[in-house]
Each structure stands twice: as C-alpha cells, then as structure tokens.
Design a protein around this ligand. Structure first.
Ligand code: NAP
Length: 260
C-alpha cells in the first residue's frame, strides 16, 4: 500500500492517532501536511518525519475556524500543487457529565471541534480533491455508533454519530468526482485523548456492569495502539480501497460488541 507522491492533509497530526498516521503516510511515500493548534508540536512532528527522510509541512490552525482552515489547505496546495488524501481526525472528548450539569457552552465546544471541524476540513479540501479524485477518512468512534454505555459522554457520542452521517452524505455527493469518503470508529486507543476530557460527577449515572476478562476481547483488556489505527487509515487512503466509500470501519478489538 504505497502513497508515492500523493499529498495528504492530517488534522490533529501532532498527537496520537494523527501522529502515528503522519509517520505511516510519510513512510508510504506521501507528502504530509501536519495540521494542529500548537506550532511547537506541529513543527516537532514535521522535524521527526524529515529526520526519517519523509516529506512534511507544518500547518497551524484550529479546525473550528473557517478562515484558518481555508488558509491552511491553500498553503498545502501552494506548496505541493495538489491534494489527494484528507484525514479529518482532530477531536476532543470534551466535558462528560450528567445531562442536567452539562453546560450549553460545553455542548457547543465538543460539537464545534468534532463536527464543525470535520465539515470545515472537508469543505475546504473538496475544490482541490475534485481535480483528480481522492480519499477522505474521518475519525469517529465506537461511542455514538456501536457503544452507548459511556453515560455522560452525550455530546461526544452525538458528535461522533453525526460524523458518520456527514461521511455518508458527502460520499454520495462526491462519488462523481472519484472522491471516496469513509469513517473509522476506534475503540480505546492509547493516546493523549484523556487530556481533552473533563469528567464531572459520573458515579451516579453509569449503569453497573461487570465484564468478564477485560473490556476488549481481542486483547484481554489492553487498549489498541495508534499505529494499528494508522494501518487502517493507510489502507483506506490507498488504491487498495479503490471501491470502498461511504462506510464505517470499527477498529476496537471487539470492545463495542461486548460493551455495547
Ligand atoms: P489526541 O492524542 O488528544 O489527539 C487529538 C489531536 O487533535 C491533537 O493533535 C489535538 O491538538 C488536535 N485537536 C484538538 N482540537 C483541535 C482543534 N480545535 N484544532 C486543531 N486540532 C485540534 O487524541 P487521539 O486519540 O489521537 O484522537 C484523535 C481522534 O480519535 C479524535 O477525533 C478522537 O475523538 C478519536 N478517537 C480516539 C479514541 C481513543 O481511544 N484514543 C477512540 C475513538 C476515537 P492539541 O494537542 O493542540 O489539543
């Protein structure tokens, strides 16, 4: 699965799943635009890729800001003349709390980063993807698609469910331009995502459940690794997935089948 000379944009490319995918894409021959909010982190990732003989460009933007996103995508295309692959991956867990305690501002923040951010990333990439076709991959989650037992993560789950609807809507709209749009739904993956999580008073609202041997059947409870997710994203980005569009793929070691 090679991506030789393809140009890829990865949002949240300086941490976790996005970081692993940036390295994976660069090893596969892609030129990688690494987009994140923190310029030091983004530059650090670009330096690492270049030290390993890869090609990468730093892009600093907040995915929820239309102008910044439009400019970042234009900057990438200015540098390399094309855009083939978009990994709309940046996201936050946000506030997890009982519904009565969830502030409207917290709701907006989660939906704005996760859902509006996905919309803006894809919207501003489409004019360039249309030129030759391409592949869009969106990071949703098991939450909101197959798992509904993380009580309190309501805003997060709703944002992740909506990303699947978004992907299916635009997969059909963009198929005539040979742009494929797919969604990945990871289960627990070892990353820094907990740093973007604020849990408030969840004790009383969670159903009591005891799982047999850990919550992830394939591993006996250990979380997946970001590199395993990156391999799935590489597959969807590559020509090996040339007839796959408008679908979600779960990557969770069977977690969502058990936990539900
Ligand atoms: P992570 O290590 O925290 O990475 C998230 C990335 O998104 C970071 O680079 C973060 O940048 C960036 N980001 C957040 N808000 C942003 C914004 N407004 N504009 C630009 N960049 C922003 O977590 P991760 O686990 O790799 O998360 C990646 C995606 O996977 C998310 O969409 C998440 O919902 C999804 N996911 C994760 C898991 C899991 O168990 N890890 C499971 C299912 C789905 P900063 O460092 O600047 O905040």
């Amino acid at each position: 699965m090679q991506l030789t000379d393809r140009v890829a944009l990865i949002t949240g490319g300086d941490s976790g799943i996005g970081l692993a995918t940036a390295h994976c894409f660069a090893r596969a021959g892609a030129k990688v635009g690494v987009l994140g909010r923190n310029s030091d982190e983004v530059q650090h990732t670009v330096d690492e890729i270049q030290q390993q003989s890869g090609t990468a460009l730093p892009l600093v933007a907040d995915v929820s800001q239309p102008e910044a996103m439009q400019q970042a995508v234009a900057q990438l295309v200015d540098a390399w003349g094309r855009l083939d692959i978009v990994f709309a991956n940046a996201g936050i867990n946000g506030v997890w709390a009982p519904l009565e305690e969830l502030d409207p501002e917290d709701w907006d923040q989660t939906l704005t980063v996760n859902l509006k951010g996905t919309f803006l990333t894809v919207k501003y990439a489409v004019p360039y993807l249309k030129r030759q076709g391409g592949s869009v991959i969106i990071t949703s989650s098991v939450n909101g698609t197959r798992m509904f037992s993380n009580t309190g993560a309501t805003a997060y789950a709703c944002s992740k469910a909506a990303q699947v609807a978004f992907a299916k809507m635009v997969a059909l709209e963009l198929a005539q331009h040979r742009i494929r749009v797919n969604v990945i739904c990871p289960g627990a993956i070892a990353t820094d995502i907990d740093q973007s999580t604020e849990q408030q008073n969840l004790q009383g609202i969670r159903p009591r459940v005891e799982f047999p041997e850990g919550m992830i059947p394939l591993t006996g409870g250990k979380p997946g690794q970001a590199e395993q997710v990156a391999d799935l994203v590489l597959f969807l980005a590559s020509d090996a997935a040339s007839h796959i569009t408008g679908t979600e793929l779960w990557i969770d070691g069977g977690q969502s089948l058990l936990q539900g």
